[in-house]
Design a protein around this ligand. Structure first.
Ligand code: CA
Length: 240
């Protein structure tokens, strides 16, 4: 169930949004100010942030800029909510890194449609679509993975990990980002856990070639073209 962090100081609007999100298969988390929102983000990353522009203390615009600049939160989609609908504000919101912008008053139907559109665009692994990378195919609805039409056997965590990797192929993910996105609340899980499951995933995908690369000092990346192993190369195959 995708989680949505709703940063909104007006409780009546926040409640209306939360009820509609719940009825439509989302898990809302309400933060009524920037401090609470930051605490929620530090605890675990949501799948999307609905961010009100006018907040007590720091504005939504300031928060959007900060979260975009932070490597931990920069990939979380943001939809700005605002009573300010003119073009200059719209541009400022998008410039700050918002994925979309919706002016108050809005219909909850439109809000849900925008949330789904942004999630489809930003997190294809949430949309339930079959993902393919070369001859590697993952079907989220049947929970099947195959390489060159031969089924691969994956444990549930390895499946989730591969699902996430395939939705964000060729990008480098730190262990802490993977804990957030694949495990959810990571507070009590050691980063070493990620290494264990990456190792298992590699073993399960051995016939598909080494596709999960270790990027030294940064994390892991699923790639279709493994980097050549050369002197001074920034990537290396893990030897665990
Ligand atoms: Ca407000």
């Amino acid at each position: 169930m995708p989680s949505v962090l709703v940063v909104e100081d007006e409780s009546s609007i926040a409640e209306l949004i939360a009820v509609n999100l719940r009825h439509n298969g989302f898990r809302p988390i309400w933060a009524m100010d920037s401090v609470t929102a930051q605490k929620d983000l530090d605890a675990s990353l949501p799948d999307l942030i609905l961010l009100d522009w006018m907040l007590p203390g720091e504005s939504g615009l300031t928060l959007a800029k900060r979260w975009r600049a932070d490597p931990r939160t920069h990939a979380v989609p943001i939809i700005m909510l605002t009573a300010r609908g003119d073009e200059a504000d719209r541009v400022a919101g998008l410039d700050a890194g918002a994925d979309d912008y919706i002016a108050k008053p809005f219909s909850t139907k439109e809000l849900l449609a925008r949330i789904r559109a942004v999630l489809r665009r930003r997190t294809p692994e949430q949309a339930g679509e079959v993902l393919a990378m070369g001859a590697l195919v993952l079907d989220p609805t049947t929970h099947r993975v195959s390489f060159e039409d031969r089924p691969l056997k994956l444990g549930p965590t390895e499946f989730k990990l591969l699902h996430y990797f395939m939705g964000h192929a060729e990008r480098v993910h730190s262990r802490s980002q993977l804990l957030d996105k694949v495990w959810g609340d990571h507070v009590y899980i050691e980063e070493r856990t990620v290494d264990v499951h990456v190792k298992r995933l590699r073993e399960a995908m051995a016939q598909a070639g080494t596709m999960v690369e270790t990027v030294r000092g940064a994390g892991y990346r699923l790639t279709i073209t493994p980097a050549p192993v050369a002197a001074g190369a920034t990537t290396e195959k893990i030897r665990t």
